[in-house]
Design a protein around this ligand. Structure first.
Ligand code: UD1
Ligand code: CA
Length: 445
């Protein structure tokens, strides 16, 4: 995989291949397609931003350094020592092609396996050439040369069959032919694409495989291409989930990360962004206007206009509008969390309700608890985060301040506006500021 180029056209301090696409560094997409094939660990040719790339890619590839970026042919040559003699077929892939499918690369490998010629290459026919090399064919349709845009005549530039940048070579031929490439007239670079001309001059036939889905050939050279790739990736992912039985009211405004899973008959409303390691069950309705990150949501849930991060929602949970679930929020079955609430590092037991304007941080709440409007866990004393424990069937009155560390017993109650600084025994009503016990209360259930 060729990944040493500077990516000048991105105009960025970040190496091109580390720009996020579908929420992950662009280079991961191509690496993943290759990892689906039985071809061993890919060898990544790195140069510009080598250290950052190595760190991001880690164990997913081996590396070889191209110290000076003298062109794609020169980049392949850097891999010679590691690959020569170890493989009959050498697959070369430009790493800035994030949408190429594993099945396409597999088909290319198969094509070359049954071909006597020196290599097989992938081409695409499309109207927007995006700076790609143009394919020149002879009168019998045979390929003759690849002309780079910088060197193309007006007539050649008008050609619409393009070089995708994925090739499968016979190893022996590749290593010797590479040494015969000279610098290009325009940029003085060593072009891998000159190999086609070399093969033709030797009287060898090169095979082409034409892409059926032109979207696979979206190569990213600048940020306009990056946005096109993002949109194409989104279309691909959205199509997959719709075919799996998920309703997308407006696919154009629905963003589903590649690590996300969704259950059947779930509906995603517009402006829904699902990121990271997020799993949503069946028969749920998410959005409009939701951001859900690294979270687990069960079946039959309803989440509207909410931001949910590193949280767990069990089945039949109802959240929003305007709710924020932060890291460690865990809402058990049937919990209702209404508008303008925030929950962090807290568990709400089954059937508990928190309807309006409340903050629960570092709390454990039992089942069937009512958290009145405006309730706040005062969990931070300036130095430590302290826990609040609220037992089953408790009733927290509106605007209660729960000054942690604090325990509220089973079935206890707090009056509206109470500031609770001391533990409240089971079945006791507290009121006032600071709250003091005034009487025992009867519990109906
Ligand atoms: C290249 C092809 C072009 C093809 C297009 C499609 C050549 C000469 N041209 O053009 O025919 O249509 O890809 O993908 O190959 N790289 C290195 N070292 C270098 C130069 C580049 O590793 O010295 C890497 C880049 O990081 C990139 C890939 O090779 O991943 C392609 O280089 P890029 O400069 O993007 O080539 P294109 O102009 O797109
Ligand atoms: Ca490119």
């Amino acid at each position: 995989m060729l990944a040493a180029g500077k990516g000048t056209r991105m105009r960025s301090s970040l190496p091109k291949l580390l720009h996020p696409l579908g929420g992950r560094p662009m280079v991961f997409h191509c690496l993943e397609a290759l990892s689906d094939l039985d071809i061993g660990l890919p060898l990544l040719v790195v140069g510009h931003g080598a250290e950052a790339l190595r760190e991001a890619v880690g164990e997913r590839a081996q590396f070889v350094v191209q110290a000076e970026q003298l062109g794609t042919a020169h980049a392949v040559l850097q891999a010679r020592q590691q690959l020569e003699g170890s493989a009959d077929l050498i697959l070369v892939v430009n790493a800035d092609l994030p949408l190429v499918r594993a099945s396409t690369v597999q088909a290319l490998l198969e094509a070359q396996r049954t071909h006597d010629g020196p290599f097989t290459m992938l081409t695409v026919v499309q109207d927007d050439p995006r700076g790609f090399g143009r394919i020149l064919r002879g009168k019998d349709g045979e390929v003759l040369a690849i002309v780079e845009e910088a060197e193309a005549t007006t007539e050649q530039a008008a050609l619409r069959e393009l070089n995708v940048g994925v090739y499968c070579f016979r190893g022996e031929w590749l290593w010797s032919a590479l040494t015969r490439i000279g610098p290009s007239v325009g940029k003085g670079e060593y072009y891998l694409t000159d190999l086609l001309q070399i093969a033709v001059d030797e009287g060898l036939a090169v095979k082409t495989l034409v892409l059926e889905d032109p979207e696979e050939a979206i190569g990213v050279n600048n940020r306009e291409h990056l946005a096109q790739a993002e949109a194409a990736l989104r279309r691909r992912i959205n199509r997959h989930w719709m075919l799996e039985g998920v309703t997308l009211i407006d696919p154009l405004s629905t963003y589903i990360g590649s690590g996300v899973t969704l259950g059947q008959d779930t509906t995603l409303f517009p402006n829904t962004i699902l990121e990271g390691d997020t799993h949503i069950g069946a028969h749920s309705a998410i959005g409009p206007n939701c951001v859900i990150r690294n979270s687990r949501i069960g079946d039959h849930c309803r989440v509207e206009a909410a931001v949910v991060e590193h949280a767990i929602l069990e089945h039949h949970v109802d959240v929003g509008p305007f709710a924020h679930l932060r890291k460690g929020a865990h809402l058990a079955e049937g919990v209702h969390m209404g508008n303008f609430g925030e929950v962090k590092n807290s568990y709400l037991g089954a059937g508990s309700k928190m309807g309006h304007f409340s903050y629960l941080g570092d709390a454990t709440v039992g089942a069937n608890v009512n958290i009145g409007a405006g309730t706040i866990t005062c969990n931070f004393d300036g130095v430590n985060k302290n826990r609040t424990e609220i037992a089953d069937n408790a009733f927290i009155g509106s605007d209660t301040m729960l000054v942690a560390p604090l325990k509220i017993g089973v079935g206890a109650r707090t009056g509206a506006g109470a500031v609770v600084t001391k533990d409240v025994p089971a079945g006791t009503l507290v009121v006032g500021m600071p709250a003091r016990a005034i009487r025992r209360v009867e519990n109906k259930d």
